[in-house]
Design a protein around this ligand. Structure first.
Ligand code: 0O2
Length: 211
C-alpha cells in the first residue's frame, strides 16, 4: 500500500514543473527569432490520487507496477494552432537529448472511437532528487486548439455520465469531433496567410497575451 502519496508524487510534480519550463522555453525561442511558434501554449498536471486509483482498478495495475505501467501520472499538454504544427513539435521532441521517447500513439491518424484526436508521446525523464536520479515516465499530449476544445468538453461530459454516454450524446460528440477536425483542415488551407498576418501583427501593435 502506498501510505504517503504526497511523497510518491513529488518526483512527478518536479518533472511536470521542469518540463513546463522547457516546453514554454521552446515557444519563447521561436518568438525570439520572430518565427511562427508551433507551440501555442503548454499546460501540465500530476494525476490526482483518486484518478490514479480508479485507473489502477480499471486497467488492473498492481501498486508495485504503478511506476512502470501507468504512463500518465505526469502529464503535459502542448496546444498548437495547426495540425502541421503538431508534427513539427513531435520532430522537435524527437531531437531532444534530455528526454527519451518510449512510445508514440498517433490518435490523429488513428482516431479513437469516441472521436478523440491528439498525438501522445510517452517519455522517460530523469529528475534529480537529493537521493539521486530517478527516471520517471510522463505523457505528452500534443493537439490543436480545436482538438483541445473538444477533448475538454467531452472529458467534462464523461465525468457527468461516468463514461456511459446515451447513444444520442455519443453520436453528437462524434459529429462535433469531425466538425472540429474540419475546422483544423480549413485553417490548414489558409495557414500561410494566417501566419503572415500574425507576423505583421506581432511586429506592430499586437500585445503578447501570456499564459
Ligand atoms: P485525465 O483526466 O486526462 O488525466 P486509457 O486511459 O485507458 O483510455 P491509456 O492507454 O492509458 O488509455 O492511454 P491513452 O489512451 O494514450 O491516454 C489516456 C489519456 O488520453 C486520458 O487520460 C485523456 O487525457 C486522453 N484521452 C484518451 N482518450 C480520450 C477520449 O476519448 N476523450 C478525452 N477527452 N480524452 C481522452 P485519463 O486517464 O482519461 O485522464
Amino acid at each position: 500500500m502506498i501510505e504517503d502519496w504526497k511523497h510518491f508524487l513529488l518526483p512527478y510534480q518536479q518533472a511536470v514543473d521542469e518540463l513546463k519550463v522547457k516546453l514554454r522555453g521552446m515557444r519563447k525561442q521561436f518568438q525570439d527569432q520572430s518565427a511562427h511558434s508551433p507551440i501555442e501554449f503548454v499546460t501540465g498536471r500530476v494525476k490526482p490520487v483518486e484518478s490514479i486509483q480508479e485507473k489502477m482498478v480499471r486497467r488492473h495495475v498492481q501498486e508495485d507496477r504503478l511506476e512502470q505501467d501507468m504512463q500518465d501520472i505526469a502529464g503535459l499538454r502542448i496546444m498548437c494552432q495547426f495540425v502541421e504544427d503538431i508534427y513539427q513539435v513531435v520532430d522537435l521532441l524527437r531531437e531532444r537529448t534530455d528526454i527519451t521517447i518510449i512510445e508514440e500513439r498517433d490518435y490523429i491518424t488513428n482516431v479513437k472511437p469516441s472521436g478523440y484526436r491528439s498525438y501522445h508521446i510517452v517519455i522517460e525523464y530523469p529528475v534529480q532528487l537529493v537521493t539521486g536520479e530517478k527516471r520517471i515516465l510522463a505523457e505528452i499530449q500534443v493537439r490543436t486548439l480545436a482538438m483541445n476544445f473538444w477533448a475538454t468538453v467531452e472529458h467534462s461530459l464523461n465525468y457527468k455520465y461516468q463514461g456511459e454516454f446515451p447513444e444520442a450524446m455519443a453520436t453528437r460528440l462524434k459529429t462535433a469531433a469531425e466538425a472540429a477536425f474540419k475546422l483544423d483542415e480549413e485553417m490548414s488551407e489558409i495557414r500561410e496567410d494566417i501566419q503572415e498576418a500574425q507576423q505583421l501583427f506581432s511586429h506592430g501593435r499586437g500585445a503578447e497575451w501570456t499564459k
